[in-house]
Every structure is written in structure tokens, then in C-alpha cells.
Design a protein around this ligand. Structure first.
Ligand SMILES: Cc1cc2nc3c(=O)[nH]c(=O)nc-3n(C[C@H](O)[C@H](O)[C@H](O)COP(=O)(O)OP(=O)(O)OC[C@H]3O[C@@H](n4cnc5c(N)ncnc54)[C@H](O)[C@@H]3O)c2cc1C
Length: 398
């Protein structure tokens, strides 16, 4: 039987940054992932934006880690020579009715210590000449973009270079296999502590350990389109709308990637599989159960209903384009091209309180820690979250 001080299931950004943190503290770790390479799911399919601490409720774990994570990740990219563009972002108001929300967002960001300014239209033109707003916009110079896959690759290389770490790919965590033993597709593994960083499947592994029973993860699909190269000059950095504060999503936005392509999206459309990236791809036996859960949420949860009513229409180009065109002047339908890029955001639902959980959430047992809701901005936050998770895991390992 293999043994490690701490076994981490899931080699996404949460698993890999945690492993790196533990190794830096002299702990022996084993990281397992069911896929043949890291980044096949959320951590390799996101917008690559390092958020800058604007949106999150005061006192939340998201607020506590976003800005610090942004700084750590930017420093890591600079130190390792990884792609990083510190292009900033603007948040624009589409209507006059959005102005009070924009200003409240600005106040919240300032109180959280984010470096932001409220700019008028003239200043907005200097920052993003084609962004469209009513009266004012928020400017966030610390928002940056990275290549998430390159970061994952680099973190894996860091672990490979350490005698304390082992990353085993193509190994699925199956559930408890005895006291401090994890059953896996490659046989049992003994641990001091187990960390479940399984992303979209984290609730499943937690349930098998008798934890997180009041929660389920509901998948939302994010699809993107792209500006054609001739139109890419319309966006310099990132242009975001004022978000609907009642939903966990930020609304479709424009982001110039580190390679110069400008992506538009992602949507947040209820999906029928945890890995349902295409129309049929990733649909499995769980689809009817997910469909039923969505139907119940639709009937009973106003936030879910808002998302479910507004998002699926964005599959249709004219609706997607209409939303996008509200953010950028002189955008024409022919400027927008399809893109194969798609990701799934697993969103935790508290089925007892019937609410969407709006913050990171962990639950722990005797020797197991479960990261249940690594929602956005978990990619940005990961390096600041890692020491917090490491402390918890080490306390369990004894
Ligand atoms: C479309 C989209 C856009 C986003 N944009 C941003 C953004 O711009 N900025 C930002 O900060 N955040 C963004 N996010 C959120 C961010 O990507 C996630 O919060 C983050 O990647 C979650 O990381 P994770 O390690 O928990 O999950 P994942 O990356 O999903 O990793 C989980 C890993 O666990 C593995 N796994 C699952 N089950 C098992 C098992 N039983 N055994 C072994 N391995 C298993 C999977 O293969 C996977 O590799 C976005 C997300 C999406 C989907």
C-alpha cells in the first residue's frame, strides 16, 4: 500500500497549489488525478483572469484571498517567466439603472482594499477607447491575465523537482477504503490526511466520507465566442458589465488573452453533466438526476430561476451578440466568431436551505478535508488559499 503524509485528490489549481505549499513546509504529499494531465477541467478552461478583489462580500473567504492570491500569482508568473499581461479591466454600466450598483460595487471594492477608481467617460476612452458606459465606470489596474495551463504545468514541474511530492495521473479516488485509507483505481493509499480537491466531483467524494450531505454541485456551462482578428483592436484589456448582484456570475465580458485573442463570454447556462462541454459530450447516467435537480431549483429558488431564464437564450447568436454589443461601441455581428472554448462551473447548492452557496466552503472529518465550493475566483485565490488549507490538513494529519 502506498503511503503519504497528505494525499490530495484532484490536480487542478487547488490541489497543485496546496501540494506546493505543503512541500515548502516539509510535508510528503501524493497528488492524484483521474485525468492524464492537469487542467482538463475548470482550471484549464477558465478566462485566465486574475481578479482584483472587487466583487466579494466583506468577511468572506473570497474577499480574504482574492487580492492576496492575485499578487502571489502575478509574482509567480514573473519569477518563472510565464505569460502574464497586466492589462487591467473596466466595469461599465449599460443603463442608468445600473449606476447605483456600480457605485456600491466601487465602495465595496475600496473597503476591501482593492485598488480601483471611478472614472468618467473621457478617462474611460483613454483606457478602453471602445468601451461603452453610462456616465461612469470602474477601473481596476491590478486585474491581469495569465495562461492557466502554463501555470498548472509549472506547478507540476515544481512538484516533480521535489523529493517530497509525487503526482500520479490517471488515478481516480473512489472513496474510503478503511481508516485513513483511500480506495483508488490503482489500489489503496494510506494517508495521514486526505484533501478532496476534486472540483466538480468534490461533493461526491465528500458524501462517500459522510460529509457535506446537505450540499450538491450543480454544473453551469460557460461558452465563449471570439473577436475576429480584424476586430480585436476594439478591446485592450478586459471589459466587464455591472454584475447582477443576485447571481454568482459576472455576466459575459470581453477579455484579451495573453496571446492577443479577445474572448467574449462565458455564459452560465445550466448544464446536464459535470463535464458536459459540448451538446452531448460529457452526458452520462447522472443527466436525469441533474435535470430533476435543476427543475426543483427552478421552481423554488429565485436566483437559479433568474439564471435559468436569462442564460440559455445566449446559445443563440443574436442574444449573445446583443449582450456583448452593450459593452463595446460599434461592434458588428460579423466581428464575432465562434470558439470551441467552453468550461463548466460547478456551483454548490445547499439543498436544505435551498440557496446557492456564495463563498468557498470546506468541511472536514477525522482525517479528511473537503473543498466543496471552489467557485470563481478560486483560480486567482489559490496561492493565498493554499496556506489556509495546508494548516487545516496538517492539523488533521496530527
Ligand atoms: C468558464 C470559467 C471561467 C472562469 N474564469 C475564471 C477566471 O477568469 N478567474 C478565476 O480566478 N477563476 C475563474 N474560474 C473559476 C476557476 O477556474 C475555478 O474556481 C478553479 O479552477 C477551481 O479549481 P479546482 O482545482 O477546484 O477544480 P478543477 O480544475 O476542476 O480540478 C479538479 C480536478 O479533480 C480531478 N478529479 C475529479 N474527480 C476526481 C476523482 N474522483 N479522483 C481523482 N481526481 C478527480 C479532475 O480531473 C480535475 O483535474 C472560471 C471557471 C470557469 C469554468
Amino acid at each position: 500500500m502506498k503511503h503519504a503524509d497528505i494525499v490530495i485528490a484532484g490536480a487542478g489549481i487547488i490541489g497543485l497549489t496546496l501540494a506546493r505549499e505543503l512541500v515548502s513546509q516539509g510535508v510528503r504529499v501524493l497528488v492524484l488525478d483521474k485525468e492524464d494531465r492537469p487542467g482538463k477541467h475548470a482550471s484549464g478552461r477558465n478566462s485566465g483572469v486574475l481578479h482584483a478583489g472587487i466583487y466579494y462580500s466583506p468577511g468572506s473567504a473570497r474577499a480574504a484571498t482574492c487580492l492576496a492570491g492575485n499578487r502571489l500569482m502575478r509574482a509567480y508568473c514573473k519569477e518563472r517567466g510565464l505569460p502574464l499581461t497586466e492589462s487591467g479591466k473596466v466595469i461599465v454600466a449599460k443603463t442608468e439603472a445600473e449606476l447605483p450598483v456600480l457605485r456600491a460595487l466601487y465602495e465595496r471594492a475600496v473597503n476591501a482594499g482593492a485598488e480601483v477608481s471611478l472614472v468618467d467617460q473621457a478617462r474611460l476612452r483613454e483606457i478602453e477607447p471602445h468601451a461603452r458606459t453610462v456616465e461612469q465606470a470602474i477601473h481596476s489596474p491590478l486585474t491581469a491575465v495569465v495562461d492557466p495551463k502554463e501555470i498548472l504545468k509549472s506547478l507540476r514541474a515544481d512538484l516533480r523537482a521535489s523529493v517530497l511530492a509525487e503526482v500520479r495521473l490517471g488515478v481516480t479516488a473512489l472513496g474510503p477504503g478503511g481508516r485513513r485509507v483511500l480506495s483508488t483505481s490503482a489500489g489503496p493509499v494510506e494517508y495521514g490526511a486526505l484533501v478532496n480537491a476534486c472540483g466538480a466531483y468534490a461533493d461526491k467524494l465528500a458524501h462517500q466520507h459522510g460529509l457535506g450531505l446537505r450540499y450538491v454541485l450543480v454544473p453551469f456551462k460557460g461558452v465563449y465566442r471570439k473577436l475576429r482578428p480584424e476586430a480585436a483592436h476594439l478591446v485592450r484589456g478586459s471589459i466587464y458589465p455591472v454584475p447582477d448582484p443576485s447571481t454568482p456570475f459576472l455576466g459575459i465580458h470581453f477579455t484579451r488573452s495573453v496571446y492577443g485573442d479577445v474572448y467574449i463570454g462565458p455564459t452560465a447556462i445550466p448544464a446536464f453533466g459535470r463535464e458536459n462541454y459540448g451538446v452531448l459530450q460529457g452526458l452520462d447516467a447522472e443527466a436525469p438526476e441533474i435535470l430533476w435537480r435543476d427543475a426543483v431549483l427552478f421552481a423554488t429558488n429565485p436566483t437559479f430561476r433568474t439564471v435559468a431564464l436569462s442564460e440559455p437564450r445566449k446559445y443563440l447568436f443574436r442574444h449573445f451578440f446583443a449582450d456583448a454589443a452593450k459593452l463595446v461601441d460599434s461592434l458588428r455581428p460579423e466581428d464575432v466568431a465562434p470558439s470551441p472554448k467552453a468550461g463548466i462551473r460547478p456551483q454548490l447548492v445547499d439543498v436544505v436551505a435551498n440557496t446557492l452557496v456564495m463563498d468557498f466552503l470546506t468541511e472536514s472529518g477525522e482525517a479528511d478535508l473537503h473543498v466543496l465550493n471552489a467557485i470563481s475566483p478560486a483560480f486567482t485565490s489559490a496561492m493565498a488559499l493554499a496556506p489556509v488549507l495546508a494548516d487545516k490538513a496538517m492539523a488533521l494529519a496530527g
